[in-house]
Design a protein around this ligand. Sequence first.
Ligand code: XBP
Ligand code: MG
Length: 253
Amino acid sequence: MVGDRLQAVVLDVDGTLVDSERDGHRVAFNRAFEEAGLADRWDVERYGELLALTGGKRRIKAYFEEQRMPEDEREELASRLHARKTEVFTEMAGRGEIEARPGVGELLDELEDAGVRLAVATTGTRAWVGPLLDHLFGLERFEVIVTGDEAPDRKPDPSAYRLTLEHLRLGGPAAVAVEDSANGLRAAKSAGLPCVVVVNDYTREQDFHDADLVLDGFGSTSTPASVLTDPLSLAPSGRLDLDTLRRLAAEAG
Ligand code: XBP
Ligand code: MG
């Protein structure tokens, strides 16, 4: 039967499980700048460009490098700002200001009910990842959570996915990834996982040519998702569901 192969789904957090970048991390970075007495602010468009580089601390460092700040100064400043940004974002998550993407809760429930193992592979920092996932979904649902603290390198490097697969003792296509960005897609694919991309406003125009399925949302009965790319002819009907992921695991090379 087609459904036998899928054993686990590995999900990205930022941009995938949650809509966290524009009104979450960006706001927290700006608060950290402001509290440190800096005039720098990242507007929505600029932040979209800066997202090309994963990892918040790396993002701050690269930004100050662009401003020609000396290396030792930017190392120290980036660490200090990122620590504060992490606190601010964790508080925002605790206040319920970071929301799950529509349809995610339904998908997780369906996978869990079917006995599909759930895992997370993110480039974000553990200090906020744990509380946020707990607040929105319940931490106990995720058998494995690998964050930027454990992975030796950031996406598109595949180490977060490789580590997750080691913990799960699985490989692709028994495990399937769900991502929102080209960096995430590359990381998942390099680790040997089939990958569904669910785009958001920041990632819509990125290069997803080697994705196994690209959707514009998780979809729900009230707001069905549109299919953007479907090379395996999975033809999901309005939402990313268990059946589609099972067929992907069965079809993927
Ligand atoms: C997410 C990231 C993270 C977040 C900010 O990428 O790159 O850096 O933007 O979180 P992905 P931190 O979704 O591909 O994992 O500041 O904790 O890094
Ligand atoms: Mg992401």
